[in-house]
Design a protein around this ligand. Structure first.
Ligand code: FES
Length: 609
């Protein structure tokens, strides 16, 4: 096969053999990878970014030397449509270059830590009962374990199945022993122990099954949070729960039912029994945490919006209704405040914000956006009400990231280009698409800094709500409606991005540094992973600092939850992050309104006091 090369795409793990001379973009397309290529390989959109990790490729083309700094080129950064393998190659596809659906399946980046789980599994060969020996099964099990922990506790559900299991398994079993002395499960000697990590988001649930013997994630799944039927955002769900006990309980049971369905599917994928799951970690914002643990939520919806519990919890999973090993305990890391929950602690942990690396800013973009800033003076955090516009809500043609959603918009040389998820005919526009559209409309002079649509461009039309930009004309043959960006849509994006930028600026001000002094700018969260960074900078959502300082890390909260399964040291780090995080309440600050208004223009040159 002299005339072909093997191309290995990571972290997707897809391999393909291609004829010599094939570009990496064509190879990716042939391999069924949804690499973003808005200009279809013309070299003008600069969005098909990949990194050559191993192997030889052609030298960077002129297009690439203009697009990237020397340092980026030296690091192997290329445009897939310009790069041609000259040997077998390994290619890394950054999350922002993969189309949304595939990107959501990619692991969130996480720091590598040594395996040291809170639950260890011990092979126990128990003395079988002998004639005239009256020690109970429980006593003999405890005696067999006394060298491992001085104070063994056996939860009632485990006690209930102890004798049958010991008799069935011939007195040789694996015991899952929590660091605090609780037996969380009893397994056959040939069964492996697993852990479960949940990221409970307001919109999405993510569940990960982790092999506790090697720390590997063996299966992961996502689902929509079914509480959405009772309210789109946290405040409306709290209002629903306030209606009475049955409504409050419903919010917990629909959530637990959905999580149990995910557990069942994960077990099917991995070919294991749910009793093999002997440890669990769950993270979520404070409201999701409270619904999950069935804690009071009323006070979260009323000023001053305090949490019922901020400290970490270790709860019996069965008491919450989770169908895993009968003795398993579920660890819930601490919440920082009523609006900054354990999911942000988990994101802090996964991003390694507290480690080396100079001034580091972490933005976890969502309906509520949480921001942390670490400087040598400490760790600050805040929460911004950025709203659901980036989920496609409150946008006239908006939709969630699903097939047919416009996810990228690009303007070049008088021409408009767009790409849709899965290459399907356009049916709406998702968060990353509307962000791009606003940035490109400003670049094309179709809107001014205030976001006002200018007359004179043939694509500016009048619809029932006033002026709008016609992004995609209607296609009557295919029955597709026109996709327009209205003045109100632009305003929604301005409000959302101004909330985020105001949060960033206030943390910078509090820490006494400027944006230029940020050395690492980490963007987390599902939407944060697929937004186009140059667009976010162009509209002033993020400060105008060199693009190399940014990284998009995917679902950092889910990654942090898995780290806490892999290691009890990570749980201690989470507790430390909780103690060290200084929360800044934005809305009570005198300067908030001025900074928020200063962040409103569609510009990368914003003026703050
Ligand atoms: S597809 Fe490579 S630059 Fe547009």
């Amino acid at each position: 096969m002299m005339n072909s090369n093997k191309v290995n795409f990571e972290p997707i793990g897809r391999r393909i053999t291609t004829p010599r001379g094939t570009t990496l973009l064509s190879a990716a397309q042939k391999a069924g990878i949804g690499l973003i290529a808005v200009c279809n390989g013309r070299g003008t959109c600069h969005q098909c970014i990949i990194r050559v990790v191993k192997g030889k490729t052609n030298s960077p083309t002129e297009v690439e030397t203009q697009a990237f700094s020397n340092q980026m080129l030296a690091d192997g950064i290329r445009l897939a449509c310009q790069a041609v393998p000259l040997s077998d190659v390994t290619i890394e596809i950054p999350p922002e270059s993969i189309s949304t659906i595939q990107r959501l399946q990619v692991e969130g980046w996480q720091s590598i830590i040594p395996l040291n789980p809170a639950v260890k599994v011990i092979d126990v060969d128990i003395e079988s009962s002998i004639r005239n020996e009256q020690r109970s099964d429980l006593t003999r099990l405890k005696d067999g374990l006394k060298t491992f922990h001085p104070d063994i506790t056996i939860p009632m559900p485990v006690m209930n199945c102890l004798s049958p299991i010991l008799h069935e398994y011939g007195w040789r079993v694996k015991v899952a022993l929590h660091d605090n002395g609780t037996i969380t499960g009893i397994l056959r000697v040939d069964q492996q122990p697993f852990g479960l990590a949940f990221d409970i988001g307001t919109t999405k649930l993510a569940a990960y099954l982790v092999d506790l013997e090697n720390g590997e994630t063996v299966a992961k799944l996502g689902a929509t949070n079914p509480q959405i039927s009772y309210g789109e955002d946290v405040i409306s769900r709290i209002a629903y729960a306030n209606l009475g006990n049955s409504e409050k309980n419903k919010m917990q049971t629909v959530l637990i039912d959905a999580l149990n369905r995910l557990v069942e599917q994960l077990c099917q994928i991995a070919g294991i029994h749910s009793e093999q799951i002997v440890d669990a970690v769950a993270v979520g914002n404070t409201a999701m945490h409270h619904f999950f643990a069935n804690l009071p939520t009323r006070q979260l919806g009323e000023a001053p919006y305090v949490a019922a519990v901020r400290e970490s919890l270790l709860l019996p999973a069965h008491s919450l209704g989770l169908m895993i090993s009968p003795g398993a305990l579920i660890y819930l890391p601490p919440n920082i405040t009523g609006f900054v929950g354990a999911d942000h602690i988990a994101a802090d942990l996964a991003s390694g914000i507290a480690g080396e690396g100079g001034n580091t800013l972490l933005v976890d973009v969502g309906t509520n956006t949480e921001i942390s800033l670490k400087t040598r003076h400490g760790l600050l955090c805040c929460s911004c009400a950025s709203g659901p516009a980036f989920e496609g809500a409150h946008i006239e043609a908006g939709m969630r990231a699903a097939p047919g959603a416009i996810e990228r918009v690009f303007f070049n040389d008088g021409e408009w280009y767009y790409s849709t998820i899965d290459g399907q005919p356009p049916v709406g526009i998702c968060g990353s698409g509307i962000l791009d559209a606003v940035a490109e409309m400003r670049q094309a002079g179709i809107i001014d800094e205030r976001g006002v649509l200018q007359t004179g461009d043939g694509r500016v039309v009048i619809n029932r709500n006033g002026k709008a930009f016609l992004l995609v004309p209607a296609d009557t043959e295919k029955g597709l409606a026109a996709i327009q960006v209205t003045r109100k849509d632009i305003n929604e994006i301005q409000l959302a991005k101004a909330a985020i930028r105001a949060g960033i600026e206030i943390l910078l001000k509090e820490a006494g540094i400027t944006a230029d002094e940020i050395q690492r700018f980490i963007v987390a969260g599902a939407f944060g992973s697929y937004l186009h960074l140059p667009s976010a900078i162009a509209i002033g959502m993020f400060p105008n600092i060199p693009i190399e300082r940014f990284s998009q890390v995917g679902n950092a909260a889910g990654a942090g939850a898995r780290m806490m399964l892999d290691s009890k040291d990570a749980r201690q780090s989470a507790e430390r992050l909780y103690r060290e995080n200084k929360y800044i309440e934005l809305t009570t600050r005198k300067d908030f309104q001025d900074i928020y208004m200063a962040a409103m223009p569609v510009s990368n040159q914003l003026q703050f006091l």
